[in-house]
Design a protein around this ligand. Structure first.
Ligand SMILES: Nc1ncnc2c1ncn2[C@@H]1O[C@H](COP(=O)(O)OP(=O)(O)OP(=O)(O)O)[C@@H](O)[C@H]1O
Ligand SMILES: [Mg+2]
Length: 358
């Protein structure tokens, strides 16, 4: 079956442009015409800088992609159109060929790119949870200690039948205590210690802990890129990140055929704009891939928010904690889930670059 690329180009839901070696437009699809409010034909007389502004991140990304001869993605950058308002977008630039190549530019407004964790809103929810955590820890721990103490006293004189009940009180109190611990941990505002770390050591430790406990039933595959440079990070915190991701994956897979793959790779083409001005290079890529039941569609946009869970005993604090730690490292996390394949991809900066930036 042959594909009609004209039609495909027309129905692409995101503004897409092709520019030549002098940054002049050759093609623009329908979504691009709408965005720029100019027909593709009229655009052909213009240059990239005329449409987006000479200082635009789009012009800058195109130049870098050309210099590096490789595709680039800029996440969460502000794109302004001549007299139009600024919008937060992900900018993809693809290099089409070898010598003096044309470039494909796709601009994806981030309101559409919901699969990316929205770090800023997460930071805000993290802060409100942090405040609540302090209150919880203070207000719940003491009465809880009283309740379990009383249950233990009762158990000493209770009949066998009633002991079942006192045991239940103790067990449930313990569960509440654990929840308070987790929430408190989430609210922990201490700064991370950033050291040069071999991410594979961190992953191996997380894997060992997983295999010894909650993920004993799962088949694991690892696919490490041994040439990865060190990341700048806090090893305990990052271990927490991967343990949480592996735990979620393990909880989603079926027992006999459950499979989790951990893959690392280097991707120099990913930059991440932090607060508009400062960009962070996040080339170290760690993917946790599982073949489980997938993320429920109705939760997809909210899984990084606190207390969002599909599990009877879940607290919904795993992913918000992951997001908080990764963001605190200057990194980012994305997820996708389709056709029996769920991928959580963590991107982190390398040691040298993040030292320069701080
Ligand atoms: N690998 C995955 N596959 C399918 N669904 C997932 C996966 N990871 C996360 N989810 C979904 O995201 C929700 C939120 O995950 P999160 O780790 O924050 O909380 P939880 O696992 O429910 O509870 P907790 O981690 O506190 O025990 C989960 O309840 C689940 O619905
Ligand atoms: Mg979890």
């Amino acid at each position: 079956m042959s594909i009609d690329f004209e039609v495909l180009w027309g129905i692409l839901p995101f503004p897409a442009f092709v520019i030549d070696k002098d940054n002049r437009f050759i093609e623009a699809n329908g979504a691009a015409e709408q965005m720029v409010q100019t027909s593709a034909k009229q655009m052909q007389r213009k240059s990239l800088a005329e449409v987006f502004g000479a200082a635009s991140v789009v012009v800058d990304t195109a130049a870098t992609a050309r210099r590096k001869r490789g595709s680039l993605i800029q996440y969460n950058v502000d794109v302004a159109l001549a007299e139009k308002s600024v919008q937060s977008c992900n900018v993809h630039v693809g290099v089409m060929g070898r010598d003096d190549p044309n470039l494909l530019i796709i601009i994806q407004p981030t309101s559409v790119a919901q699969k990316m964790s929205r770090s800023l809103t997460h930071m805000a929810s993290a802060r409100s949870v942090a405040a609540m955590a302090a209150m919880l820890a203070h207000e719940i721990r003491n009465p809880l200690a009283g309740i379990s103490g009383a249950a233990q006293l009762l158990a000493m004189t209770a009949s066998a039948e009633d002991q079942e009940l006192t045991e239940m009180i103790s067990q449930e109190s313990r569960r509440i205590g654990e929840l308070v611990d987790r929430v408190e941990h989430f609210g922990d505002e201490r700064r991370f210690e950033r050291n040069p770390l071999n991410i594979h050591d961190v992953l191996d430790r997380a894997l060992r802990a997983a295999k010894a406990g909650f993920a004993a039933h799962v088949n694991f595959g690892v696919n490490y890129d041994p040439s990865l440079p060190d990341v700048a990070g806090d090893s305990d915190q990052l271990q927490q990140v991967f343990q949480n991701l592996i735990k979620n994956a393990a909880e989603s897979v079926d027992k006999p055929k459950g499979n989790i793959t951990i893959r690392t790779s280097y991707n120099s083409g990913v930059k991440f704009a932090v607060s508009g001005s400062h960009t962070e290079n996040v080339p170290i890529q760690i993917e946790i891939i599982d073949n489980g039941r997938g993320i429920p569609a109705e939760l997809m946009n909210d899984i990084f928010e606190p207390f969002v869970t599909s599990k009877a005993n879940g607290s919904g604090l795993g992913l918000p904690l992951v997001s908080k730690i990764v963001t605190g490292h200057g990194g980012m996390i994305e997820c996708s889930s389709a056709d029996g394949r769920t991928v959580f991809c963590v991107r982190l900066p390398i040691w040298k670059i993040s030292k320069e930036a701080h």
